[in-house]
Design a protein around this ligand. Structure first.
Ligand code: KIV
Length: 258
């Protein structure tokens, strides 16, 4: 097993795991100083391309952005989302995840689903492809509104069962998206591998957020998103200054001219 993955698993019950998304080199370089895991998420579809669904994201989109991210990653574990319809069966999943790993040199791939993808995860792991799971809200499967998961006994039972199935299939960690606190606590207690929550309470072993959301670059009113800073203010300040200096011919002065 990859030593970075071993390190992530060892953090369970010791210290929280920090996971953040990145879609390009300059962001990855900064995120790499703080994150244990950098995820090239297919959320890039909505954040960068204004898609209403992650289903429109292609394998080539993921590879292109991941190549850029890789240039900024030195120490974090780099995980890449496998987009919709790229892992419908074992052979397709293997062919496409091999393509992602060989083109981007990432450490692992992330797949959405539970029992349905059990055989696919088992097969990938057998073929030495490290896999991160994803349960709760599955954006690639959602039609209509996003609703939190684990509200009913039946949903809770299914989530706990799916998490165990993914662990037994060989996943090294599982993202829990919008899972009720009680349920994510139960799942986290039940597993040997870490859970990474997004809108799933402090009981998870780690947390992930879309970096553009927490930096205030992407406007969203999703309940779990906390804006840790409003970078737009700083960007505007710099751009306004540039415009002013161009219009007033202050820039470029001699110092900045050949
Ligand atoms: O696509 C993504 O960025 C994700 C995270 C939000 C977990 O899957």
């Amino acid at each position: 097993m990859n030593s970075k993955i071993k390190k992530i698993i060892k953090k369970k019950n010791k210290s929280k795991i920090v996971c953040l998304t990145a879609y390009s080199k300059n962001f990855a370089e900064e995120i790499d100083k703080y994150a244990d895991i950098i995820l090239v998420g297919d959320s890039l579809g909505s954040v960068l391309y204004n898609y209403h669904t992650t289903r429109k994201v292609t394998l080539n989109n993921m590879i292109q952005h991941s190549k850029s991210v890789k240039m900024g990653v030195k120490r974090s574990l780099m995980v890449v989302d496998m987009p919709y319809k790229t892992y419908r069966n074992k052979k397709e999943a293997l062919k496409n995840s091999k393509k992602v790993i060989s083109n981007t040199k990432c450490d692992a791939v992330k797949l959405e689903g539970g029992n349905k993808i059990k055989k696919i995860v088992e097969y990938l792991v057998k073929k030495k492809i490290p896999v991160m799971g994803h349960l709760g809200i599955l954006p690639q499967s959602v039609r209509g509104t996003f609703k939190s998961k684990g509200k009913t006994e039946n949903e809770t039972f299914k989530l706990i069962r799916d998490a165990k199935i993914l662990e037994e299939a060989g996943c090294f960690a599982i993202v829990l998206e919008c899972v009720k606190s009680k349920t994510s606590k139960l799942i986290t207690k039940n597993l040997k591998i870490p859970t990474i929550g997004i809108g799933s309470s402090v009981f998870c072993d780690g947390q992930v957020l879309v970096t553009d959301d927490l930096l205030g670059l992407n406007e969203t009113n999703i309940r779990f998103v906390k804006k840790f800073i409003n970078l737009k203010i700083f960007i505007n300040k710099g751009l306004r200054k540039f415009k002013y200096e161009v219009l007033s011919k202050k820039y470029p002065s001699k110092k900045y001219s050949y």
